[in-house]
Design a protein. Structure first.
Length: 432
């Protein structure tokens, strides 16, 4: 039988040193944020003989490259690599006793043209893509742009580093930016949230999770005030509807420009209203800015955007911690998973029927999700045959809080009454 294995592969100034590190290696942490920060790497080494603080002491600005490799991971012959990228050594830490060393690197270049020299410059008749390309070139970075073209008449860079100026410009217009493996990447987060999910995180995969929902910053309508540069008159317009209004003012070149700014402000304010932090076994196939389906946790299930991944590799194994943002509640994949779980415990025996009809009754998707989270194993013998008694069991079990609604709609589609009775018997059987 093959044994699951994960290892770190590290190159230092172009030389492979993985084998040399074997007797010192304690762990490695790779942090992959979607936007706003550069990727970071931290390598922890045992140094009881003080080699790494003397003869082998690293130098600031040295180049690290790291991969995570897994073998026979999810199943035999499941061998995969995660290229963490290239990092410039920018942080050294030693602690004792016994002495250990921590070598930290950042994917952003240690380059004053990018991150420390403040500049004042006026950019005229230009696009954000062209500005970013020029900044990337001056910093010695490759450049990737995956967003709509945004034209600017005039933009001022006033005593700002190129990095801070570009990040502020991207945030202002609703774009995401990061530096990864000596590449400057700019993309449209809204568009990335709409992409198909690339992976699945099940409740069985989670060693821990932390779900949080808040109304703070949640807006359904936006209103912007700007001065029309041609008429010099103040203009106010809004997008969306509802009573929770985000009001802002900005310098805008046109109504179209103001609308871009307003939509960007709304998206930024509403991003992260519902978050989920999940710890799982390591997965080298998931990276920040992708979307995943999270299933098996009732109404908390859904489609989520990966805001950040922290990969940890040490003596305890290889694990990942995901910071996720909800994109779609009760998505199709989550409901289908709930139906399969209820089939496995005997509550449903015709899963194809429920996949085809769960949208025919309002809140039926929520009922299925709640039942799948509540009923974890096959149990029988509840003795319930009447719908009213079944509904009371579901209320007591916290599955529903509106028995009158379900009493009124129990005949809305065929077999709904059988589903409710079967579920109630499974819950009653588990309580017996």
């Amino acid at each position: 039988m093959n044994t699951r294995l994960a290892e770190a592969v590290i190159t230092y100034n172009g030389k492979a040193i993985t084998t040399s590190l074997d007797r010192f290696f304690i762990g490695m942490t790779y942090t992959d944020p979607a936007s706003g920060q550069s990727d970071t790497l931290s390598v922890q080494l045992g140094d009881k003989d003080a080699l790494w603080s003397n003869a082998w002491m690293p130098h600031m600005g040295d180049l690290l490259q790291a991969d995570i490799r897994v073998f026979d991971w999810a199943r035999p012959d499941d061998n995969r690599d995660l290229a963490c990228g290239k990092f410039t050594l920018d942080d050294l830490r030693y602690t004792g006793w016994p002495q250990s060393a921590e070598i930290g690197g950042v994917s952003a270049p240690v380059n004053c043209d990018f991150d420390c020299r403040e500049r004042t410059k006026t950019w005229n008749k230009i696009t954000i893509k062209k500005i970013a390309n020029d900044i990337a070139y001056s910093a010695g970075l490759a450049f990737v742009y995956d967003a709509p073209e945004i034209k600017l008449e005039t933009i001022e860079q006033q005593e700002q580093t190129n990095s801070a100026f570009l990040m502020g410009l991207c945030e202002k217009y609703g774009l995401s930016m990061k530096v990864f493996s000596q590449k400057l990447v700019i993309f449209d987060r809204v568009a990335y949230k709409k992409k198909d999910a690339v992976g699945l995180i099940r409740t069985e995969d989670m060693s821990a999770y932390d779900y949080r929902a808040t109304m703070t910053g949640g807006y359904t309508r936006g209103e912007i005030t700007y001065t029309d540069p041609k008429t010099e008159k103040e203009v106010v317009f809004s997008v969306g509807a509802g009573r929770r209004v985000l009001k802002t003012s900005a310098k805008a070149e046109s109504r179209a420009d103001a609308e871009l700014l307003l939509n960007a402000a709304l998206e930024k304010a509403n991003h992260g209203l519902t978050t989920l932090k999940v710890s799982t076994m390591g997965n080298p196939s998931l990276v920040a800015s992708q979307t995943v389906n999270v299933v098996g946790i009732g109404k908390l299930s859904g489609k989520y955007y990966i805001d950040k991944v922290v990969h940890r590799l040490n003596s305890n194994g290889y694990t990942c911690e995901y910071s996720l943002v909800l994109v779609e509640e009760r998505g199709k994949v989550a409901v289908q998973d709930a139906i399969q779980r209820l089939t496995a415990v005997g509550v449903i025996n015709t899963p194809d029927y429920w996949v085809a009809h769960y949208g025919d009754v309002q809140y039926l998707d929520e009922l299925l999700l709640n039942l799948s989270a509540r009923i974890q194993e096959r149990r029988e013998g509840g003795g319930i045959t009447e719908i009213q008694a079944a509904l009371l069991v579901l209320v007591d079990a916290g599955v529903i809080n509106s028995p009158d609604y379900w009493q009124q709609n129990i005949k809305a589609i065929a077999y709904l009454d059988n589903l409710v009775i079967q579920a109630a018997n499974a819950i009653r059987g588990a309580m017996a």
